[in-house]
Design a protein around this ligand. Structure first.
Ligand code: SF4
Length: 460
């Protein structure tokens, strides 16, 4: 007999519990254990008026944003619809069955207002780091640093050539992203990172960098910089920067100092790729911070014309001289000037010179300095730190660090593939900061949810 759907009739009474309805193994139930927003109201209190109509609860907005970033819902309009319909999301937001979901425009207003003024999203991210510390997931002994490019919300078709004159001041009157671009021109992670004029600039988001770093089509991008603890790949700091190497290296220094200041975390070793292996960065790590650099040395001394390269000269520490393949010494400048001059040139290199009296009759001269009277070998003022990095690179500990460094790349892959953050939705340096803070907070919360098992339910 063919069955027939019964006509739906609404029941008069329901016995329904949202608490019982959300499965015990649901991601948000597990994440909820580590969402500590107890200090949020006190933190935001100075930014709300004491009189007037009550605002939307900021805790509700933060919980909704966390759902968005934990579950890869990128649009705030869609997030509002999902929270309205999904019972687990309602439970996480403490909305009950009938609680009203705020309008999507509320997020934009608060983001540009109170949230930014109070640095709320940074505080939220740091709360997740503290939760990881409390849970014992941060060893604090080995860190890794890296950056990943995230496409900006900017179009090549609407961009202008970098050399073109643009009245940014006039545009700043109507565009927030242009105002932020002008405000950050002197900051090391933004405008001051490089003096090179980019090929294209986007008028809708001029702080975004035109980059061809992915070897394919060039695009406008920001860089998200992660500093992670190598024990469980917990993100201990995050920073937005321009998508160029100098800005990323500057961001790494900022994050190391800030982690020490906020959480008193001081790593013994730092693992990174060769982008962080410049002489200045290695010198800063070794001499100023006392951190072992597990980083390949950035070395451009290799020669392809068959002549001797720097590695063919041996440095004698005691004599402070290089010894050439013919056994002659190359020494730093010996001249004395009436006005004393620094030994190192403005590029941070000391030039060690051979004597023309040695080089002129030398049979190896065609393979050493065929076009100059005598050979010069440059040595960085940070060469000691570079030598230390080279020595570390030959150890087993370095091989382990290089393997562990992949954890940071896994986090970036997760960020783009699972959390869906392969293109920014917000514009300007502040928009990039907001998105990166929320995404890193969501990744830490998911990590806590995964690594700390749910307590066993008590028997009835
Ligand atoms: S050319 Fe000068 S520096 Fe080069 S191997 Fe001969 S003596 Fe040494």
């Amino acid at each position: 007999m063919m069955g027939e759907r019964t006509v739906m009739q609404e029941a008069l009474f329901y016995e329904f519990s949202l608490e019982r309805h959300v499965p015990s193994d649901h991601l948000l139930r597990s994440v909820d254990r580590f969402v500590d927003l107890s200090g949020l109201r006190a933190h935001l209190q100075p930014f709300y008026s004491a009189i007037g109509r009550p605002s939307i609860d900021p805790e509700l907005m933060i919980r909704m944003l966390l759902i968005g970033y934990c579950c890869g819902i990128r649009s705030e309009r869609r997030l509002c619809e999902e929270v309205h319909l999904n019972l687990a999301y309602r439970w996480f937001c403490r909305l009950g069955l009938e609680g009203a979901v705020p309008d999507h425009s509320t997020f934009s207003k608060n983001r540009h207002g109170r949230f930014r003024d109070s640095n709320l999203l940074r505080t939220l991210f740091e709360t997740t780091v503290q939760s990881c510390l409390d849970a014992g997931l941060v060893g604090g002994e080995g860190f890794a640093v890296d950056a990943s490019l995230i496409r900006a919300d900017a179009n090549r078709q609407r961009s202008v050539a970098g050399s073109e004159e643009v009245d940014w001041e006039a545009m700043a009157a109507t565009r927030r992203s242009v105002r932020e671009y002008l405000d950050t021109l002197d900051e090391a992670a933004w405008g001051a990172a490089s003096e090179v004029t980019p090929k294209f600039v986007s008028p809708s988001d001029p702080a975004a960098q035109w980059t061809g770093a992915h070897k394919g089509h060039a695009f406008f991008a920001y860089a998200t910089n992660y500093l992670i603890d190598l024990d469980h790949a917990v993100i201990v700091d995050v920073e937005a920067s321009r998508a160029i190497r100098q800005a990323e290296v500057g961001a790494a220094r900022t994050m190391l100092d800030r982690t020490l200041e906020r959480f008193e975390l001081y790593p013994e070793r730092l693992a990174a790729d060769s982008a962080y292996g410049s002489a200045e960065m290695l010198g800063w790590l070794v001499h100023e911070r006392g951190i072992e650099p597990h980083i390949p040395v950035f070395d451009k001394s290799e020669r392809r014309d068959g002549t001797f390269e720097r590695a063919d000269f041996t440095y004698d520490h005691e004599a402070d001289a290089y010894v050439c393949p013919a056994g002659q010494e190359l020494r730093p400048r010996q001249k004395t000037y009436r006005m004393p001059r620094p030994l190192a040139d403005s590029d941070g290199l000391i030039r060690y010179r051979a004597s023309t009296l040695d080089c002129a009759p030398c049979p190896l001269k065609p393979r050493c300095c065929p076009n100059t009277p005598a050979r010069k070998v440059p040595r960085s003022v940070h060469e000691g730190a570079r030598d230390m990095a080279r020595a570390i690179a030959a150890t087993d500990a370095y091989a382990i660090s290089r393997r562990e460094r992949k954890k940071i790349e896994m986090l970036f892959a997760h960020l783009k593939r699972i959390l869906g953050l392969d293109r920014l939705r917000l514009r300007g340096p502040n928009g990039a900061r907001d998105e990166f803070h929320l995404a890193a907070a969501a990744q830490n919360l998911r990590k806590l949810a995964k690594l700390i098992p749910m307590p066993e339910p008590r028997p009835a």
